[in-house]
Design a protein around this ligand. Structure first.
Ligand code: GLU
Length: 432
């Protein structure tokens, strides 16, 4: 079983989407189900409705999952496992106050040492515990041997017991910490492979230590994906709008192109343009580079254009407001100058909008309107052109500019010989 474990705390980030896509590909390749676990235990940061938004996005990208779990619903398991660990002496109650711990943290910082729990409460006797009426947290006793993590992307690393540390698993309010809840949930769902962002790599030895302490010996595989940098080579933040999947979709990037791009970056691929389905044949975590990938919007636009070129004509026409394959073909002509659906719409809409004609061409355009309105229908632009020229006496720029403005609403654009046959059915509406 694989899992995708988003937190419902903000817009879906492309890094999260990449994790979801990789989980989907691997679940298909391994023929193991994928579950979605909404990590909603941080009540303060949860944003209402984000869970639904994430699930809708997964649907849009064709990411299949067998079911959804809400982490908060596992609270009784988190608590009962903590009790078991206390019972087995693998965990202990810690009465250190936040102020005491903050002070020790400051001292460690001043001495340029990493802060580690100093075992104040590690060996309290039962009497000392029972006599203490103050609030307490529950800490996992740090392991006595190094914890080794085999990462399918990053290779092997070893973490000393002091780096795993005797960390808190239940807070004073008796709610689990992220590492504890995550480790227990992965165990309860019998997860075989965890694929997630590199920012979680330092949590992995803690999570392995929890499961070991609980006596769960099955080996869970891990793969931590390198972060995606923004175009200036810095870690992406919320202010980088390209990091939001919603923003990319609103800008008119197709889900298939975004998925193609996220599988392509930082990876060795046999071809540049592909669907998620096609990539299943060759996708391999072993080919993912350990170095961070850098986001490049121009590359995404190039890929998007290729996906738009391959799209069925009628389907493309729907994206620009029609259900006519000829309009889809017309949109494809505009792909020379447009790379996203938003850009395509900005080319197609003016064809059908009321035209704003510059003063110098108004007279010619009016004349053309009248001629077209009262003449027979012409199938080719050449025939239409000869007819208008003969009837109006217009030629050169006084013909070419006004006719382009009248037919397309723009001063520049694609070859009218190619475009006209595709839009001629709407001529009456276009010249209105
Ligand atoms: N909820 C975490 C996040 O959204 C992911 C944790 C995990 O995959 O283990 O970053």
């Amino acid at each position: 079983m694989l899992r995708f474990a988003p937190s419902p705390t903000g817009d879906m980030h492309i890094g999260n989407l990449r994790v979801a896509i990789f989980n989907h590909l691997l679940s298909k390749q391994r023929n193991e189900p994928l579950i979605v676990r909404i990590e909603d235990t941080d009540k303060e940061r949860n944003i209402e409705g984000k869970d639904k938004e994430i699930l809708d996005l997964l649907g849009l990208f064709g990411i299949e999952y067998s079911h959804v779990i809400y982490q908060s619903e596992n609270l009784r398991y988190h608590r009962s496992m903590a009790i078991q660990l206390l019972h087995d002496k693998k965990a202990f109650n810690c009465f250190c106050t936040p102020a005491e711990l903050d002070h020790k943290r400051d001292v460690a910082k001043a001495n340029k040492k990493p802060f580690r729990y100093d075992d104040t409460c590690t060996h309290l006797s039962a009497d000392q515990t029972i006599d203490n009426e103050n609030p307490f947290t529950v800490r996992l006793r740090k392991p006595d041997k190094a914890v080794v993590v085999d990462d399918l992307v990053r290779g092997q690393s070893s973490f000393e017991p002091m780096d795993v540390d005797s960390f808190i698993i239940l807070r004073a309010e008796k709610f689990p910490t992220y590492n504890f809840a995550c480790a227990v949930d992965d165990m309860l769902s019998d997860i075989s492979l965890v694929v997630r962002g590199e920012d979680h790599a330092s949590n992995t030895p803690k999570q392995i230590a929890v499961r070991k302490a609980l006596g769960y010996d099955k080996k869970t595989e891990y793969a931590h994906l390198p972060i995606i940098l923004n175009e200036s080579g810095k870690k992406m933040s919320k202010s980088d709008e390209v990091s939001s999947v919603k923003w990319l979709l609103e800008e008119g990037y197709l889900p298939s192109a975004i998925a193609n791009y996220l599988i392509l970056i930082g990876n060795k691929v046999p071809e540049e343009i592909f669907t998620m389905e096609e990539s299943m044949a060759w996708f391999d975590l072993g080919s993912i580079s350990r170095a961070p990938a850098r986001f490049d919007i121009d590359k995404l636009k190039f890929i998007n254009r290729e996906h738009l070129k391959r799209m069925d004509d009628k389907e493309l026409s729907r994206y620009v407001g029609f259900a006519d394959e000829k309009i889809g073909k017309a949109a494809k002509i505009y792909l020379e100058e447009a790379g996203s659906l938003k850009e395509l719409r900005s080319k197609i809409e003016p064809i059908f909008a009321v035209k704003v004609i510059p003063e110098e061409y108004k007279e010619s355009v009016d004349k053309m309107r009248e001629i077209i309105g009262s003449s027979e229908h012409f199938d080719t632009f050449d025939a239409l052109k000869s007819h208008i020229m003969a009837e109006s006496g217009l030629k050169g720029r006084q013909f070419s500019k006004p006719i382009r403005l009248l037919l397309t609403g723009a001063e520049h654009g694609p070859d009218l010989d190619a475009l006209y046959p595709l839009i001629q059915d709407y001529l009456g509406e276009i010249i209105k």
